[in-house]
Ligand binder design. Structure first.
Ligand SMILES: [Zn+2]
Length: 230
């Protein structure tokens, strides 16, 4: 091999290296990023307690459908009993339906483990009438915070899996709040960056929650979160 050929081969090799570094590598890096985005661990679990209601639940369902987002409804059996069509719609549209309570009367349900389990079963019967099966999804009225371990143990031993929340629109406490206030509360009460379980309510007077929901969904979509039902 003469010098000229050697130089030509070296130049060709350098060109190949150049092409690999400047054209191929960025593509690999790009697809890795896309893959990482696709398998993002950041998830928001939107949860709605105390419904269903004729005034608010259908509008929440409309937004979820429009935004292609799944959520979880922790229902109150006495509200659902006369609105099974709404529970059916929640299930048909791919959302999860969990037990919240039948009566939602704290004094009764928390008087003993026996009353609590009876209340759970009564609510679960309503769910079974609609879906054909009971659920193990459960949210304690008021959350599990501060409840005795004997009550919590009774519920888990009964086969229920309970979920509290780590963010809240505070729509149960803020009197006559605007959608913007509820949205800001949701974002500022967030205590986890990867798995957000957001508490809201779909009872009849929670109309501000409907518009807050749009703001909340856009906010977390922009941050790359996925939405999932529990
Ligand atoms: Zn509740």
């Amino acid at each position: 091999m003469n010098n000229r050929n050697f130089t030509a081969i070296c130049a060709a090799l350098l060109m190949c290296a150049f092409l690999i570094v400047f054209y191929v590598s960025p593509k690999i890096a790009k697809s890795t990023v896309a893959f990482a985005d696709h398998t993002s661990k950041k998830v928001v679990y939107l949860t709605f307690d105390d419904g269903p209601s004729d005034r608010v639940t259908p509008r929440i369902l409309d937004i979820l459908k429009e935004e292609q987002v799944k959520a979880t409804f922790f229902i109150v059996g006495k509200n659902a009993e006369t609105r099974k069509y709404l529970v059916k719609r929640e299930i048909d549209e791919g959302h999860s339906v969990g037990v919240h309570s039948y009566s939602h009367i704290y004094k009764e349900i928390y008087s003993s483990a026996e009353s609590l389990l009876k209340d759970i079963d009564k609510c679960n019967e309503v769910i079974k009438e609609v879906s054909g099966k009971r659920t193990s999804l459960y949210r304690f009225p008021g959350g599990s915070y501060g409840l005795s371990t004997s009550l919590i143990d009774a519920v888990t031993e009964h086969g229920m899996k309970y979920f509290d929340w780590n963010a809240s629109t505070r729509d149960a406490e803020l009197f006559q709040a605007t959608p913007d206030q509820l949205y800001k509360a949701a974002v500022s009460t967030q205590k986890d960056d990867e798995n957000i379980i957001l508490l809201s309510h779909d009872t009849t007077n929670k109309t501000a929650t409907i518009d807050a929901l749009k703001l909340i969904i856009s906010h977390y979509k922009a941050l790359g979160y996925a939405f999932s039902a529990l």
